[in-house]
Design a protein around this ligand. Structure first.
Ligand SMILES: C[S@@+](CC[C@H](N)C(=O)[O-])C[C@H]1O[C@@H](n2cnc3c(N)ncnc32)[C@H](O)[C@@H]1O
Length: 379
């Protein structure tokens, strides 16, 4: 098989993290808004889907061309080798988006792209009608500055759906963002990790998965597994290699607590599903009554943001209590994600570093307070 272009999509602000992950896996990458692209083979589709922790999905780039008219869109689409990827019974569906382009009507563009693909497949399979009864192929036509990029989604259900979160509290973090928060911190498995507002346990679980080198997609399915073009042995071997790479001996010390007993129950179950329940000590306790479980720890947390009426006073008190909890121990590093602009004032200290991120559609800041470095040889 020839080389293919693969794009790992990322929430705005997480591109650098996905880039780092891909470089670690050995890929050369180019980064643009919301996307990290690489060149590889079809065998890289299982690898990227199974291993990437902060990407949303892996797209196979079918082609990229300029189009200013529907004719150019039709011909450009039809010229691509759709029959090499989509079988006669392929259940394909076209979605679209258009930004700053002459072809701005998304429904029209979708229908032109679909017509061009049908024409191309008709020639290949010599039929006049497609049953679409087989595997799913989600095609996206993304037009930006008159450049059309046509992709096939290899992931299916987005990559944040690891399969361990059977239920969640209100406003859970996406697993991909929770991983990003861990990645952006100085957390290493030798250090203690604490999430005092753990909700469904996403940060603690993502930290444990990373510490033990458990690939996030190791036990879930991906839509491209149903395509005939990737040998099932490649999926199997990629998973076996990922299992072999798990650090079974390592049991990181992670503490997760919450004021809500239901949240703790949910978080415990999720940790069991993820296979990391032995790494996390859960406790139903309000932050204001917590004692720090050691020194040189790393706190990563996603407290309430007080976006609903009536929550403001309690949330602001929680931020003050958080500041008080850590003010007595300079060895702790503290990382807090919130949209509340008065956070630093309530916490009682200006952050050493701030980073803008998006939690869903909510613009947030990631406040970072660096603690003292652990003495060498101990951590
Ligand atoms: C935004 S949610 C956290 C979501 C979590 N990151 C997840 O992925 O599910 C905030 C959590 O803070 C908890 N919380 C609110 N006040 C608290 C307090 N005083 N002490 C400890 N936890 C508190 C809530 O019960 C809720 O579960």
């Amino acid at each position: 098989m020839n080389k293919v272009k693969l794009t790992a999509t990322a929430t705005f602000g997480l591109e650098a993290i996905v880039k780092r992950e891909m470089i670690k896996l050995g890929y050369d990458v180019t980064v643009s808004d919301g996307a990290v692209e690489t060149e590889g083979y079809l065998s890289d589709i299982p690898r990227l889907n199974i291993h990437l922790r902060s990407s949303d999905r892996i797209l196979l780039v079918m082609g990229r061309f300029k189009a200013y008219s529907f004719d150019e869109l039709f011909e450009g689409t039809k010229a691509l080798p759709w029959g090499d990827f989509i079988p006669e019974d392929g259940n394909f569906l076209v979605t679209g988006k258009s930004v700053k382009s002459a072809l701005y009507s998304v429904p029209d563009c979708q229908s032109i792209v679909e017509k061009a693909i049908v024409e191309k497949l008709k020639q290949k399979y010599n039929v006049s009608w497609f049953k679409k009864s087989g595997a799913k192929y989600k095609i996206q036509a993304a037009i930006l500055n008159d450049t059309v990029t046509l992709t096939l989604d290899t992931t299916g259900e987005a990559l944040n759906k690891r399969g361990y979160r059977s239920s969640a509290v209100t406003a859970p973090l996406k697993e991909t963002i929770a991983h990003a928060l861990v990645d952006l911190s100085y957390y290493r498995p030798e250090r203690i990790l604490l999430d005092p507002c753990c909700g469904s346990g996403t940060i603690a679980i993502e930290a444990a998965l990373k510490a033990k080198n458990i690939a996030p997609g190791i036990s879930r399915k991906f839509v491209s597994e149903d395509w005939g073009i990737i040998d099932p042995a490649i999926w199997k071997n990629t998973r076996s290699a990922a299992y072999a790479d798990i650090n079974v001996e390592l049991v990181p010390q992670i503490f997760a607590s919450d004021i809500d007993p239901k949240a703790i129950e949910i978080a415990k179950n999720n940790a069991i599903n993820a296979g990391v329940d032995d790494c996390i000590i859960f406790e139903n306790k309000p932050l204001e009554r917590l004692k720090l479980p050691g020194s040189y720890g790393v706190c990563i947390t996603n407290p309430p943001y007080a976006e609903r009426m009536g929550e403001l006073e309690e949330t602001e008190q929680l931020y003050r209590d958080m500041g008080r909890l850590f003010s007595g121990d300079k060895t702790w590093s503290v990382y807090v994600i919130t949209s509340h602009e008065g956070f630093e004032k309530l916490y009682g200290r200006k952050a050493d570093k701030k980073r803008k991120l998006y939690n869903g559609n909510v613009k947030v800041d990631y406040y970072q307070y660096f603690g003292l470095r652990p003495p060498k040889n101990t951590h």
